[in-house]
Write a protein that binds this ligand. Structure first.
Ligand code: BTN
Length: 307
């Protein structure tokens, strides 16, 4: 309901009377007043006069009411350890697919392979609970799906050439702007849930000594609207989610890939593989051609672009 009130106030740009809001939204005037009070507590500045209510300013926060259609499924935190931890607890309790945990900042953000993910304010950090009806072998496709969605959302919103590095990094001019971490609980033949964690360097400042990372703010030389980007990203994820088991998803990934046709070094548990990345297979594994012409499919690992 708060999302509807915000929409009505934003559309008008002027005062909207309590009576009009109550009629438009089908709720009592007391209920309108209670939602307005709650929005003010969230940090929205709303002027009230005899003419009604006027939205003066909105906080730069990823609050549920900023995501129409998702409002009921979003759990928002100012600061937590990691959205992955909270999402796992919720998923184990049986929350529905599409539940999202968002944090403005994380104190123990987690990256792939046990690394830390620095999560200061200004970034976008969230975990989405998914319950796909797929075999666990198909799970790596979730990474492809998410990275395609992020790259497309960034391209559409900012006209930046976002590209994909296998398995699931999003790069701009070769520097990482987004990291994706998928955690799964499954039985041999059935996925219970896959939690998809996405961290985007949006309005964060990257140290000048950090050569492998960038942020949208650094690329565009101005701050972006995190709400707008996350709204488009959620829509894009819903679109790509529908393609999870289709070949089209692999085609989309290939089109956006910065890895294919490059010489790469894959650092996988217990081994290193060097060769040319020539394809991805139906499960999302990277196909590498060695110097001797041999082909290897790699399911997981760190990928370094050599040329
Ligand atoms: C990577 O190593 O590239 C993956 C980084 C994933 C970071 C996101 S931020 C939201 C979610 N919560 C976490 O603790 N990690 C993921």
């Amino acid at each position: 309901m708060k999302a509807d009130i915000l929409r009505a106030l934003r559309e008008s740009g002027d005062y909207v009377s309590g009576q009009v809001l109550s009629k438009e939204l089908g709720i009592s005037r007391v209920s309108v007043w209670k939602h307005i009070r709650s929005l003010k507590e969230d940090g929205y500045v709303i002027e009230a006069s005899a003419r009604g209510y006027r939205l003066v300013s909105s906080p730069d926060l990823l609050l549920p009411c900023e995501f129409p259609g998702w409002e009921e499924k979003i759990h928002h935190f100012q600061e937590i350890g990691s959205t992955m931890v909270v999402a796992k607890e919720l998923a184990r309790k049986g929350v529905v697919e599409g539940t999202i945990v968002i944090a403005e900042s994380q104190t123990r953000g987690r990256g792939r392979l046990g690394r830390e993910w620095l999560s200061p304010k200004g970034g976008i950090y969230f975990t989405l609970v998914l319950r796909p009806k797929i075999s666990p072998a198909y799970a790596p496709r979730i990474n492809l799906m998410a990275s395609v969605a992020v790259a497309k959302a960034i391209r559409k919103a900012f006209d930046l050439k976002a590209e994909l590095k296998w398995p699931n990094d999003v790069l701009i001019k070769g520097r990482k702007v987004c990291g994706i971490l998928a955690e799964m609980e499954a039985e041999m033949d059935r996925v219970n849930f896959i939690n998809l964690g996405i961290g985007i360097n949006a309005n964060t400042s990257i140290s000048q000594y950090e050569k492998t990372a960038t942020s949208l703010k650094e690329e565009l030389r101005k701050e972006i609207s995190r709400k707008q980007l996350l709204n488009s990203l959620l829509k894009e994820i819903a679109k790509q989610r529908a393609l999870l088991t289709e070949n089209k998803l692999l085609e989309e990934w290939k089109k956006l890939s910065a890895t294919l046709s490059k010489r790469v070094k894959i650092v996988a548990p217990g081994e290193e593989i060097t060769g040319r990345a020539i394809d991805i297979d139906t499960n999302g594994a990277l196909v590498i051609k060695g110097k001797d012409g041999s082909l290897r499919s790699v399911i997981a690992g760190d990928c370094i672009h050599l040329s």
